[in-house]
Design a protein around this ligand. Sequence first.
Ligand SMILES: *Cc1c(COP(=O)(O)O)cnc(C)c1O
Length: 374
Amino acid sequence: MIRTAKPPKAALRAVHPEWPRADRPRETVCLLPGPVAIAPRVTAAFHEPLVYHRSEEFVPLFEGVRAKLSGLVGGKPVGMFIGSGTLANDAVAATLAADPARDNGLILTAGEFGDRLLRQANNWKLSPKVLTWNWGRAWQLDEVEAAMRVMPAGGWVWGAHHETSTGVLNDLPGLVRIARKYGHRVCVDCVSSLATVPVDLDGVYLATGASGKAIGSYAGVAFVFANPADLAHLETTRIPTYLDVAATVSTVGPRFTAPSPMIKALDVALDTLSTPERRAARYKQIAELGGYVRSRLRDAGYVPLAPDAVASPAIVTFAPPGEVSSAAFVSMCGAWGYQIAGQSGYLAERRLVQLAVMGHVTRADLEPLLDRLS
Ligand SMILES: *Cc1c(COP(=O)(O)O)cnc(C)c1O
């Protein structure tokens, strides 16, 4: 449950004296980087009756969602899979594993999500070269260029655009420019950048996204963006049926069973991003909200892990004050009515926490928390 029940009526309070007074917040505000706070109209779409996935109603709905997703990234076609973002990244790894250049790869990592891509690549026996930077740093493109220069042309590079663990937004256009110069293909995890900042996938080979992050729907639909023409050379017999990106992108309607509630909710969530004007307004809103969170935290003495020049607007990662553990800070915010990240092992062991503004939240939702932290 992302938002809990509405404040109880006075009559209920008489029955339950422990209910908080109505002037105190009863709704929990979700500031996690997934699941995110979901708008009521998205929840309403999720609760519509089930629709058969081969029906005349469903196939156009499914294709409409794909068209909206493509519109979000400058037009690149997209395939949808039922699963979370990790599934989409596994589909990318499976695609690379079926490529003649499978052994000519480079992975960029400066945080938990880059590390996951590396683990996924290793599980697919890709044995890429690896460039690693400390948490809080961005891809260093001069080092990337030096590595790409010595790779035989036709290779691939893979990294996380927005490193969700640190709140660093990497320079995707810069990476695409360098890769093009040396004849390599760019694969990129856009799971947490999609719908927070403009993402142009022109010149990108494979990119991934997911429904449950900044798009603001329920988790469970994973996306891989790819041009079918770029996939024609693959040895697809090496790819597990469900992970076949070329087949998924080329098929009209779902290849396999798809749950209509998740697709309907995603369709409605995408409406806020369906025109250039709406997208611009949403990106501006996230930039303003994120800027507000960063500056209030900074004023209160917290130091964001990501330097301003490479900071994502959507997430601020920082250390709690003094010796306070991530878990204690998270539970304190919980008691104030805010769900924040810090429980994941990779944050807790570094004594980090995060405030994310990726979902349906407003400045008014954030203000009481920032007041308390000041
Ligand atoms: C959330 C996220 C994923 C996918 O994680 P799931 O738990 O499978 O949804 C992948 N990459 C990044 C950068 C993410 O933020």
